[in-house]
Ligand binder design. Sequence first.
Ligand code: PMP
Length: 352
Amino acid sequence: MSKFLTEKINKLTPYVPGEQPKERKYIKLNTNESPFPPSNLAIEMAEESAKKLMLYPDPDCKQVTCAIAEKLGVDASQVIVTNGSDEVLNFAFMAYCDQNNPAIFPDITYGFYKVFAEVNGVPYKEIPLKDDFTIDINDYLNEKGVIFIANPNAPTGIDLGVSAIEKLIAVNPDRIVVVDEAYVDFGGESVVPLINKYDNLLVTQTFSKSRSMAGARLGFGVASKCLINDLMRIKYSTNPYNVNSMTASAGYGAIKDDKYFINNCKEIIKNRDYTASELKKLGFTLTDSSTNFIFAKSDKIGGEKLYKTLKENGILVRHFSKERISNYIRITIGSIEEMQTFIQTVKTILEA
Ligand code: PMP
């Protein structure tokens, strides 16, 4: 670090993304990417768009914004598209959190929330999940600040359900609730329909997982027009061209190719069910996942040991050293062949 770095940045702990090693070919089950390529329509649209890269993109990203709005049954003025959903989440921290409005989120959730709070210099409070890793909504009802809930949660995969979240939103209209639905397409229940009822709700989603576009960086926020205007204010004060034209076009293609998206989600759910039942046969304890990953622990081998041994065997999963979950590994659901290899490898490790 240089001597010029501000204290705020100097003392924060940056987010550590999952490994993307290039030294050998791994079965990559560590960063919740899709095993399937983007839709052909998305690729064709991006290729077409590449021919116009000498021009700045449309800062309003009208085409993809309107397509998302139409798909969700909301107005285009209720949608903002961003550089991954990480960006819209950061916008929410910038727009709504300050010394009087701390960020509030579970102790076990998406690790970036803490980093967003730190980089924006705002206080945060972590509320422990229950012993079974579920969220107790009653713990949040009287909290003052901005609530961030990943639903389904990560890395637990557990879905909270719309009625609990609605309670959280309804109990205090003077408090913003941000619902991060990065994994909602794999069996969770979306709260998007509630945005017309509550103007203190912001929902975020991403093209990174269910639409196979993690590398393109495309996410979006859905909320009342008023909240979207707040976030636009941040966008136009930081980077009006936050979404590049190839990504915006690919996103449009992906939305239009809904059949491909639906089939891929079904395939992931099927592969998840297979993996979960095989892991249970091997004595693993699993949380109830509504996502494209499984959170599991074995009483025969520790989480870190299993992660390391799988890596030696060419399979990458994610391990978190945080105390409450250090015995668990998070396994992204890949193709059926990848999951069969994974199960076979786990069996061999446990028998060794
Ligand atoms: N929310 C959650 C819960 C996530 O796991 C991720 C992926 N790391 C994101 C948001 C951000 O995803 P992206 O920026 O790729 O849309």
